[in-house]
Design a protein around this ligand. Structure first.
Ligand SMILES: Nc1ncnc2c1ncn2[C@@H]1O[C@H](COP(=O)(O)OP(=O)(O)OP(=O)(O)O)[C@@H](O)[C@H]1O
Length: 259
């Protein structure tokens, strides 16, 4: 598999897949028989009512949890028994709901710190910050890509909540992932921020796969190419948003919930 950006005309290729994925917690089956194919340059949503098993699936894919059953393949390699850090280095990176940015550093400094990691500078803490100047070029490209140029020298603490989330996505992209997992990227955001972050995710997905858990179904309808619906740990429907939203099985599963 190559890691080069692929133009939109190219056939979407599967970069992450799961087969027969399952997880039991002391006899309770939280996830069962989940098959998933995540494609390059597509946004794939994982939705479902509370307790459906979405977070557990994320934890299984990123290897924070070991599956009870099934297997997971990333870029053609079986990662079922791998440790999370190795999986992240292979290109499967998760952006956490709780922002992982340093509040007292500027946008530029935060992105530079994130860029140290793939450059193996992370252990060289004694280096002065100025020695990271050579990372400025790449940092600026990333900052520009995510629409943060005008906030380059703003401390993360002074950004709006939405921009903080974008900065957090920028630090995740510093690892140049092939697959980006976003855990409720719109959680707690106002309408304008939701619109802005949705646009950013769409841009980001031009060159990589995005799998996101999202409760905001209008965002899912707007930006997601493919939707998988989980209920009680199992897939009950999948397809484009319209087809799953019209599915009576999905409507029943969401009854009394947000749909
Ligand atoms: N470590 C655990 N031990 C026992 N049960 C667990 C554990 N983690 C999750 N569960 C159970 O597994 C089921 C699925 O939980 P999960 O958090 O994956 O759902 P979810 O779809 O992400 O829910 P939400 O939308 O509310 O975040 C729930 O019934 C939950 O209580």
């Amino acid at each position: 598999m190559n890691a080069n950006p692929v133009s939109k005309q190219d056939q979407p290729r599967v970069v992450l897949s799961a087969r027969g994925l399952g997880k039991d917690f002391s006899g309770f089956t939280a996830v069962n028989n989940v098959d998933l194919d995540v494609h390059h340059a597509r946004i794939h949503a994982l939705i479902g009512p509370n307790g459906a098993g979405k977070t557990t699936v994320f934890n299984l894919l990123t290897k924070f949890l070991q599956p009870t059953r099934g297997n997971i393949t990333l870029l053609g390699t079986d990662i079922t028994s791998m440790k999370p850090d190795r999986v992240a280095r292979m290109g499967l990176v998760r952006s956490f709901q709780i922002s992982a940015v340093f509040p007292h550093l500027t946008v530029l400094e935060n992105v530079r710190v994130a860029l140290q990691r793939p450059n193996n500078l992370a252990t060289q803490f004694w280096l002065p910050l100025s020695s990271l100047d050579r990372l400025n070029g790449r940092a600026d490209v990333l900052i520009d890509e995510l629409g943060l140029t005008e906030y380059r020298d703003t401390r993360a603490a002074d950004l709006s909540y939405g921009r903080k989330r974008v900065l957090e996505i920028a630090t995740t992209l510093a690892l140049d992932p092939e697959v980006l997992l976003l855990d409720e990227p719109m959680a707690g955001m106002g309408r304008e921020d939701v619109k802005m972050v949705a646009g950013i995710i769409r841009d980001v997905a031009q060159h990589r796969a995005v799998l996101m858990v999202e409760h905001n179904l209008s965002v899912v309808a707007d930006i997601c190419d493919h939707v998988t619906v989980l209920a009680r740990g199992e897939i009950i429907a999948e397809g484009d948003y319209r087809s799953v939203a019209d599915d009576p099985v999905v409507r029943t599963a969401y009854m009394g919930s947000e749909a």
